[in-house]
Write a protein that binds this ligand. Structure first.
Ligand code: NAD
Length: 500
């Protein structure tokens, strides 16, 4: 390992510290294929020490007036606005998103913090006066304690912000375990929370792999676990965390279907499909990697998709190069995508556009795959069913909306789905019958904004209470119900008149 490669620090108890870890993982710049940092993998002992620090910081943070906690969030918004460009550059460098995509993801993160600024109002309880004779009843929301977030590579800055602002504003302390593939962006969050005046120990960042995560999942002082990542890991995180008595919300993978009706505005549908299939190089849980063309929509759709994909400029995103699509995350992921494309072809799918073999002269070792389009894939084909998580779009053809809905609803995943149509009747049928948690009507990526929950279904979510919005507040708080009766003892005498 070259000594000029940065080793990512931990953020613990208000300080950026070297990890004691003995194991490390490489962090790449996917645009060039170069290693830019190494990420320490904390073991169970090092992880335990961080949990104890977060636990010790909890009582003072819990007891701070909620408006003061919210003020830290207000300051964080200002700092994020000021540093948005620098954060976006880190995201593009370690992840490969275009600058515009990275800026967009920072903006979504800012919206989460803006939402958390409203917690003094949003976390109010309920009250009923005179529920029984002389009895009043009320509920309060209290923080839980130490909460943990385990996040994926594909939105290195935004996904932690689905969790951290609400959890902190509600009075919890937090430990973030970012993806070891993209640990640098999350360090900006630690920096900015530090500058915003968050007390030591309230927010902490540890790094690692399964060992570190397992130590968090079974730790007796951890109260709640939020996870975002692939389905097999989401399922096992949910099972382990809940078996150890923790609250858990675990978002998993996806294979979102986009239905194109024959009456759809073709230009609008093609533009949306291009963004949802190839935006962020297809590495989005709300991507649209499967277009379902209904009736006669298929031929014109595929021709237009290929023509617009041909115009895309794929290349490095770590410099001002004008790319509108970047690389995928690692060489290993690229190899997996190439193998999946081969398998799809072997199983009979026709490649309408082949993005393999793309070489960028300026950055020949980057992890690039051009936009790839399969036409007329059978529902049984591997590429129609599996989450590939890359710039690969499959087009399947069906006769009518019923068949499109059957196909959508047979998917093991249920994150999102969308329809493109001019028919209110078709849209209404689709909205009520589609078996996914987030529905788009003439919207290609129906990812909710901060004030709404991220409502994946089936293998896309394990848990009861979703991430974001009011669900986020429910998840990071526990309620107390208080019933009060004061008997008239006559002590207050003439100063109290109970009934006029
Ligand atoms: P991943 O499941 O490989 O990793 C996610 C996190 O889990 C990382 O922090 C990683 O270090 C940790 N992890 C990995 N293996 C582990 C193990 N065996 N035990 C404990 N922890 C482990 O996911 P990824 O490749 O980083 O992200 C892509 C996946 O995330 C895709 O499937 C995508 O659909 C999904 N995703 C889902 C949503 C959603 O809201 N549903 C959002 C973003 C991404």
């Amino acid at each position: 390992m070259s000594s000029d490669i940065e080793t990512v620090k931990l953020y613990v108890n208000g300080e950026f510290a070297e990890a004691k870890a003995a194991r490390f993982g490489p962090v790449y710049n996917p645009s060039t294929g170069e290693q830019i940092a190494q990420c320490p993998f904390c073991d169970a002992d090092e992880t335990d020490a961080v949990v104890r620090i977060a636990h010790d910081a909890f009582p003072a943070w819990r007891d701070k007036p909620i408006v003061e906690r919210a003020r830290v969030m207000f300051r964080l918004v200002g700092l994020m606005e000021k540093n948005a460009d620098a954060i976006a550059r880190t995201i593009s460098r370690e992840h490969g998103k275009t600058h515009a995509e990275s800026v967009g993801s920072v903006r979504r993160g800012i919206e989460m913090v803006e939402f958390a600024c409203g917690l003094p109002t949003l976390s109010m309880g309920d009250t009923v006066h005179n529920l029984a004779q002389d009895v009043d009843c009320e509920t309060y929301r209290y923080p839980l304690g130490v909460c943990v977030g385990i996040t994926p590579f594909n939105f290195p800055f935004m996904v932690p912000l689905w969790m951290v602002p609400i959890a902190l504003a509600a009075g919890n302390t937090f430990i973030l375990k970012p993806s070891e593939k993209v640990p640098l962006s999350a360090m900006h969050l630690a920096d900015l929370l530090h500058e915003a005046g968050l007390p030591p120990g309230v927010f902490n960042v540890v790094h690692g792999d399964k060992q570190c995560v397992d130590a968090l999942l079974v730790h007796p002082l951890v109260r709640a676990v939020s996870f975002v990542g692939s389905t097999p890991i989401a399922k096992s995180i949910y099972e382990t965390a809940t078996a150890h008595g923790k609250r858990c919300q675990a978002n998993g993978g996806a294979k979102n279907h986009i239905i194109i009706m024959p009456d759809a505005d073709l230009d609008q549908a093609v533009a949306a499909l291009q963004t949802s299939a190839f935006g962020c190089s297809g590495q989005r849980c709300m991507a649209g990697p499967l277009a379902v063309a209904v009736g006669g929509a298929g031929d014109a759709l595929v021709d237009a998709l290929v023509a617009s994909a041909d115009k895309m400029k794929v290349g490095p995103t770590d410099r001002d190069w004008g790319a509108n699509m970047g690389p995928v995350i690692t060489r290993q992921h690229l190899d997996g995508l190439l193998a999946n494309i081969d398998k799809g072809v072997h199983e009979g799918a026709r490649l309408a556009r082949d993005g393999r073999g793309l070489k960028i002269a300026e950055t020949p070792n980057g992890f690039y795959l051009g936009p790839t389009i399969f036409d007329d894939t059978s529902p049984d084909n591997h590429v129609s069913k599996t989450e590939l998580f890359g710039p690969v779009l499959s087009v399947t053809r069906v006769g009518n909306l019923d068949e499109a809905l059957t196909l959508t609803n047979e998917s093991e995943y249920g994150n999102g789905t969308a329809i493109y149509t001019r028919s209110g009747r078709a849209a209404r049928e689709f909205k009520h019958r589609a078996g996914a948690g987030m529905i788009g009507i003439n919207v290609g990526v129906p990812a909710p904004m901060a004030m709404f929950p991220f409502t994946g279904h089936k293998a896309s979510f394990f848990g009861d209470i979703h991430i974001q919005g009011k669900d986020g507040i429910r998840f990071y708080t526990q309620q107390k119900m208080i019933m009060t009766r004061w008997h008239d003892t006559g002590e207050a005498g003439e100063f109290v008149t109970t009934r006029a």
